[in-house]
Design a protein around this ligand. Structure first.
Ligand SMILES: NC(=O)c1ccc[n+]([C@@H]2O[C@H](COP(=O)([O-])OP(=O)(O)OC[C@H]3O[C@@H](n4cnc5c(N)ncnc54)[C@H](O)[C@@H]3O)[C@@H](O)[C@H]2O)c1
Length: 369
């Protein structure tokens, strides 16, 4: 078995550790006890994760008393209704200012529970126990918390850093293949935005990782978390560099909106397609060689992931409508679309200087397939 590893996120008084490895649920009590003012925790989770992993967490907490609320699984939970249910429940459970809330689940639960902790009694601490690959490599680290509004995704929220993150590699074993690969879209993103060696490594080891190799999984989670931590340390509230983490996301958000945030397209699937489009756009603008987008596409295809717009089931709106959807993104600054483009694999940069006809041309061609 590989040793457990720790990535420290250095944010002054808001610093914390991300522990990564097998068997972390089983030692949750030991890990969390140093943070506790009294030996009890309140857990927010979803019904799917609860059925599979809540008993292990309870056992791992030992003599730390646990109370839990399981919300319905899925993105629809990330709205006012379930949020107010969660906050009322935490108050009914008499969670106090010095207590700890635990988020046990994927990005939906992590975002919702983190936001609940941010506003409960003007802020209580929380611990992330991410159970999906996406949550382990991305959403549990960095302190973005929140819920969706009818006006769009993630429009209501707060920056609230967790006090500890426990990424137990074993729990990924129960994740359905499609959800695993969706999270893998975010893993690939890290290689593409800032670490060409990591992308080389993924080209070789991606299939083993998807097949369940725990050493490969731990390495991929650790490297992804390290990259996210270093970027968040430089730019906690996204004034600049943190936007690099949005590689592929401007396209992804338009596609998610166009497909109604439904099962037709999972978030990480949209990120993967978006990364392929961002590299294609970079090549068309003369920023990188043709080899780069070809390699991105080849790897995503080799992993059995969605790459082309035609891989999304059902009809999509036309190119102009997609560009209009991009314009509603919260990453728009002064009406200008912000894109993350690349000079090569591992060399992404942020720019607002993209001619809109280049984007229209790219999407028209992509829709023709
Ligand atoms: N805060 C951030 O920085 C950030 C970053 C990226 C994404 N996000 C958010 O994350 C959310 C997506 O996260 P997600 O993909 O984890 O979605 P999710 O939380 O809906 O989890 C996906 C599905 O997998 C199930 N699941 C989770 N862990 C499991 C396990 N170990 N075994 C079996 N099933 C399991 C869940 O019940 C759910 O049905 C979106 O709302 C997105 O906006 C946030």
């Amino acid at each position: 078995m590989t040793e457990r590893e720790t990535v420290h996120v250095a944010l002054g008084s808001r610093s914390y550790d991300v522990r990564i490895g097998a068997g972390l649920l089983a030692r949750a009590g030991e890990e969390i006890a140093p943070l506790l003012a009294r030996r009890r925790v309140a857990v927010l989770t979803d019904e799917t994760v609860s059925a599979m992993h809540l008993d292990s967490l309870r056992a791992g907490l030992g003599d730390v008393a646990m109370t839990a609320l399981a919300l319905p699984a899925g993105e629809a939970t990330k709205g006012w209704e379930q949020f107010s249910r969660a906050v009322d429940w935490l108050l009914a459970e008499k969670v106090e200012r010095r207590d700890i809330v635990i988020a046990l689940g994927g990005g939906v639960i992590g975002d919702l529970a983190g936001f609940a902790a941010a506003v409960l009694r003007r802020g209580v601490r929380f611990v992330q126990i991410p159970t999906s690959l996406l949550a382990q490599v991305d959403s549990s680290v960095g302190g973005k918390t929140g819920i969706n509004s009818t006006h769009g995704k993630n429009l209501i929220g707060a920056f609230h850093q967790p006090s500890l993150v426990l990424a137990d590699i074993d729990v990924l074993g129960t994740l359905p293949a499609r959800d695993f690969l969706s999270g893998y879209g975010e893993v690939v993103k890290y290689g593409l935005l800032g670490d060409a060696d990591f992308f080389d490594w993924l080209e070789v080891n991606g299939p083993a990782l998807a097949a369940g190799d725990s050493v490969a999984r731990q390495y991929a989670v650790r490297r992804s978390v390290e990259m996210k931590a270093r970027i968040v340390e430089r730019d906690e509230t996204e004034q600049g560099d943190r936007a690099l983490l949005n590689l592929g996301h401007t396209f992804c958000h338009a596609l998610e909106k166009a497909t109604g945030y439904s099962d037709r397209l999972l978030h990480g699937e949209g990120v993967a397609i978006g990364c392929a489009l961002a590299f294609e756009l970079s090549q068309r603008l003369g920023l990188c060689s043709q080899e780069a987008p070809s390699r991105v596409r080849a790897h995503l295809k080799a992993m059995g992931m969605k790459v082309d717009l035609s891989d999304i089931p059902g009809d999509l709106p036309g190119a102009e409508a997609l560009v209009a959807l991009m314009g509603q993104d919260k990453k728009v600054v002064d009406g200008k679309l912000r894109f993350i483009l690349a000079r090569g694999i591992g060399e992404a940069f942020v720019t607002s200087d993209v001619p809109s006809d280049a984007v229209l041309g790219l999407l028209s061609d992509a829709l023709r397939g």
